[in-house]
Structures are given as C-alpha cells and as structure tokens.
Design a protein. Structure first.
Length: 425
C-alpha cells in the first residue's frame, strides 16, 4: 500500500466524505496514525504582500481541501516574526536575502528535494546561480548561495546543490526604475538619472535597507563615483562613501519620499509627485491601469534582482508536514505560476505555468512579443492594450541582465546603521 498510494491520494483519502481515517485500519501501511482529516488542517503562512494573496488561499482550499491562513507584513517585520515567533507560523514566505538571517537561527527545517515533484524543472538561477550555462552569477545574495544545506541538522549553507533545500523558490523578478515618460522630459538610460538635479524633489527610493542600498550602489557605479569590489558585500569604507553621497543628495532636496509599500510607490507616481523612482513591475502596471503613462525603464547597467520562496517551520511534523509538502508541490504545478506571471513577476517552474496561460499571455509576459489581444490582470482588468510589448522584453532579456541581487552583507549591522542615518538626515 505504501508504494501505491501517493501523498496526494493519501491526503484526499484523509479528507473523504466517508470519514475513513488513514491509519485506522481501513487504509494501512503508513508510518503514523492520522487522527485528523485533511479538511481539519489549517496551515499558517506569513510573508510580504507580494505573494501572500487571498486568491491563492482560496485556490488552496478548492484544490487541496485544507485552510491556508495568510498574514502579510513588510520585509523587516517578516524577519523579526520568523526568528522571534517560530511557533506562530507553519510556512514562511520569505525573500532569499532574508533567508541568510533566518535559516541559521534554526527556526526553519530544510526540505528533502526527493519530495519536490518539480525540483528538476526549477529555473537554474536557484540551483546553480546561472540562468544559462554561460551566465555569470550576479553579485549580492544570489539565491543559490542560501538554497542548500548538507543535512537536516546543518545550519550553515552549502556552496553546492545537495539533497536538502532551505526554501523552495516561488517568485522573483528583475527590478529597475519606474518613470513617468510624460513628465521626465528626456530619455532615461542609466541608474544615475535617479540623482540628476533636473529631477530635484521628484525622485523616490525604497526604504528597505538591504534593497535600497543596492539601488544606491547601482547609482554610484553608474556615476563612476565608485567601483565596488562586490557591491553585494561592501566594505565599511564603501558603505561610508555610498551613504555620505546619498546624504548629500538628500540634503540638497533630491528625494521626495522614501517608500516601503507597493501602494506608496503607486500613489507617488500616479499623482505626479514623483517622476522617477525605485519601483516594482506590478506597481508600474498598476499606475498604467489608471490610464497614466508609466514605464519600467531598462537601463544600461542592468537590473537589481530579488527572489522569494517557501520555508517550513521547524515544528512541522506528521500530517501537517505532509500537507505542507503537498502545498509546495501544488504551488509549483502551474496555477500559482500563471497567476504571478500575470502580475509581472516570474515563477520558479516555467513549464507548468505556461500550461495555465494563453499563447497571447505567454508571448507578452515571457517572450517579449507584442500582445495579440488585451492583456488582463488575474482579476480580469485590462492591464495592457493589444499591440503592447513588455518593458525590457523577454524573460531571458530581463533576467539575463541582472547586475546584482538584494543582499545581506557581512557588514549588515553597520550598513543598516548607516542607512538609518541617511533616512533621518
């Protein structure tokens, strides 16, 4: 029986209307007795608002039968909750640079890749760090550097793929600057344009230290003010020089705002208070959906990338752990991937997402082709008109030009201290 009943089948049996409990004697051969049924299970997930979406929890209930409770927090709050309240959640939806802070504390249990159905189809960025065999691994906390450990009890990361993953990747993107082409008045081609005095008082930057510092580094290298040994792992002198320059720009009135949330960035751009800023791809789409010109501008120096994934709380065991694995396999099976792709993000398994998207959607979002019909959001709202081409082009054009990943540096505490000085200066 153990060989013929899959985890999915077992979970469905556990939740069947006839009330037959797996392990009760009617179904035998499992290592534990499941006293509860799948419909009784509630898994608690938390993470940022980027991917903790009501539509996702609704679909989990429909497809898998159990309840997924979601809590959305900002990045700093996610890190704090993960480490200080490990019994308050079952699944941590966290960013890879945050994993560098969270996993070594022991609150997350690594996952057996043999239980991940689509492991072999995961985009290689998360396995080897390279999009193609010839790609270079970008600077910063590249996901592959924190993806693997050597055993279930190891708290240090492995430099190479192993049978144990700290997180299963789910969502990622290549970020750049958002602009109001109707208001900037000239072509925008470089990161240094963010601090051009021509835009004094009409620029904004993201106020999440491990992300914002990378935007600043892109600006500094674009200006030629500094060439970092590794901008994803700055030395104290490099941090000092970067922050001193940004404080100078701030005190000269360059920045209108420092934002933390998706909605803040949308409102700043839609109102015209800001004409160029750090931005996320779906935020640009949200501005455009209001009928306001907004562009996600490809830049000569490349993109700043980020990625997130699902980690399992250390306390998970038994049927709850099985349900969590089932959920992760479902997450990679296509429905969620298509949902995320339709918002301008990318999913970890491209093949399954493609099966849930129309040729027009796939062509627009993933291949850089002109839309053959209107492009709709997951909720059915028109995001782009027929004929539109995605800013930055195809998946390989965008993710193939990543200069750095969001990063936790060796001098992270020092960097955060200096960043806070910048914000309050």
């Amino acid at each position: 029986m153990r060989k013929t009943v899959s985890r999915r089948s077992a979970l469905k049996l556990a939740g069947s209307a006839v009330g037959v409990a797996v392990g009760s004697g009617a179904v035998t051969g499992f290592p534990t007795i499941w006293a509860q049924t799948i419909k009784d299970i509630t898994l608690k997930q938390f993470g940022t608002g980027t991917s903790n979406l009501n539509a996702l929890s609704d679909q989990v209930k429909k497809d898998l039968g159990f309840t997924l409770e979601m809590t959305a927090l900002d990045t700093d709050a996610v890190t704090q909750k993960a480490v200080t309240q490990p019994k308050s959640y079952d699944i941590a939806d966290i960013e890879y640079f945050v994993c560098k802070k969270i996993y070594p504390t022991g609150v997350i249990q690594p996952m057996d890749v043999k239980k991940i159905k689509y492991y072999e189809k995961i985009v290689p960025l998360f396995i080897t760090g390279k999009l193609t065999p010839d790609s270079k691994i970008a600077q910063g906390t590249a996901p592959n550097t924190v993806s693997f450990v050597d055993s279930p009890t190891t708290k240090t990361f492995s430099p190479h793929p192993t049978g144990w993953m700290t997180m299963i990747p789910t969502i990622y993107n290549a970020d750049t600057l958002g602009i109001r082409p109707d208001l900037v008045g000239r072509p925008i081609n470089n990161w240094k344009d963010l601090v051009d005095p021509a835009f004094k008082g009409k620029t904004a930057i993201m106020n999440i230290p491990s992300i914002g510092i990378m935007d600043c580094a892109m600006v500094m290298e674009s200006l030629g003010v500094i060439k970092y040994g590794d901008k994803g792992n700055m030395t104290k002198p490099e941090i000092d020089k970067t922050i001193a320059f940004m404080i100078e720009k701030k005190q000269a009135g360059q920045f209108r705002a420092f934002w933390k949330s998706f909605d803040e960035s949308v409102n700043l751009m839609a109102s015209g208070e800001v004409v160029i800023q750090s931005m996320w791809s779906p935020a640009v789409a949200a501005v455009r959906s209001k009928g306001i010109a907004c562009k996600y501008q490809p830049l000569a120096e490349g993109y700043r990338a980020w990625g997130g994934g699902l980690g399992l709380a250390r306390h998970l065991s038994g049927i709850e752990l099985d349900a969590a694995y089932e959920y992760i396999n479902w997450y990679l099976s296509g429905w969620v991937g298509a949902y995320l792709n339709r918002q301008g993000y990318y999913t970890a398994v491209l093949e399954t997402a493609k099966e849930h998207m129309s040729p027009n959607e796939w062509g627009y979002w993933m291949e850089g082709k002109p839309a053959t019909a209107d492009i709709l959001s997951p909720e059915g709202k028109v995001m782009e008109k027929a004929g539109a081409v995605r800013d930055g082009g195809s998946f390989y054009e965008r993710m193939g030009h990543v200069s750095c990943w969001n990063s936790v540096m060796s001098e992270d505490r020092y960097m955060v201290q200096k960043w806070n000085e910048f914000i309050v200066s």
